[in-house]
Design a binder for this molecule. Structure first.
Ligand code: PMT
Length: 221
């Protein structure tokens, strides 16, 4: 496919996990590989968009031509995304963001003893929610939802709470969906309640479908 139907559009994509340090050798994170977000970046670039990829730590290489900013923590991702929010016509938030971080990062490696040990966690900012607050009508905001239960209910709440145009909800209970795999199984729900389920497919094909939906919303304006 070599249509350049996103030419002139500026698309900000987040991908991968965020990572929150406990001490110099340990951290809290999740299973995101970045594959979903990098696939969207690749297809958006091929379709002519200007692409900014803000990525947590992954083993993936960004396609040549994609502008990439590397971040580690949720706060770093927050800063980087907010800085470029004005620039972007479209924001697609496929990153799996750590909602909590240790209240304190120990300066030295924490030594074990015979006692149990607990870590106090504090809330991280909700990046997408903040974007939703600042969003003006001419921007398109796309979220993801990774759920293990009440997928539809939670995804619909996220559309409202975060002021999204649509959400891509992965059903993490299904084999071949969500984290790490080359495929995904999702339901796309938009702010008008229109809902469509997609059977298992490669993430690169799903990226195309997500961008088709973005494109149709850009035309509606
Ligand atoms: O990277 P892969 O291995 O390919 O896996 C893909 C994926 C499963 C990571 C991806 O498809 C996905 O679902 N990404 C979102 C995962 C997630 O964190 O979902 P959530 O339901 O916790 O968050 C909802 C939305 O709010 C997401 O768009 C998330 O980026 C955003 N968010 C969440 C928390 C937070 N503090 N700030 C945010 O912006």
């Amino acid at each position: 496919q070599d249509k350049k139907d996103l030419k002139g559009k500026k698309i900000l994509i987040t991908a991968g996990p965020t990572r929150e340090a406990i001490d110099p050798v340990r951290y809290i994170t999740n299973h995101s590989s970045g594959k979903m977000g990098y696939a969207i970046a690749e297809r958006a670039l091929d379709r002519g968009a200007e692409v900014l990829l803000i990525s947590g730590p992954t083993n993936l290489k960004a396609p040549v031509g994609v502008n990439k900013i590397d971040v580690n923590t949720t706060n770093e991702m927050y800063e980087a995304v907010l800085k470029s929010f004005e620039w972007a016509d479209v924001v697609i938030k496929s990153a799996a963001v750590a909602d909590y971080r240790p209240a304190m990062v120990a300066e030295n490696k924490i030594k074990k003893d015979d006692n149990d040990f607990s870590i106090k966690l504090v809330r991280n900012p909700d990046i997408l929610k903040e974007l939703g607050k600042r969003k003006k009508d001419n921007k398109i905001l796309v979220g993801f939802a990774a759920e293990t239960q009440n997928l539809f209910h939670n995804a619909k709440n996220k559309i409202q709470n975060k002021n999204l145009d649509f959400i891509v909800a992965n059903d993490l209970t299904k084999e071949g969906a969500g984290f790490k795999s080359d495929t995904n199984i999702v339901t796309i729900i938009d702010k008008n309640g229109q809902t469509k389920h997609y059977e298992k497919m490669p993430k690169i094909d799903l990226a195309e479908i997500i961008l088709d939906k973005v494109k149709s919303l850009l035309i509606e304006e």
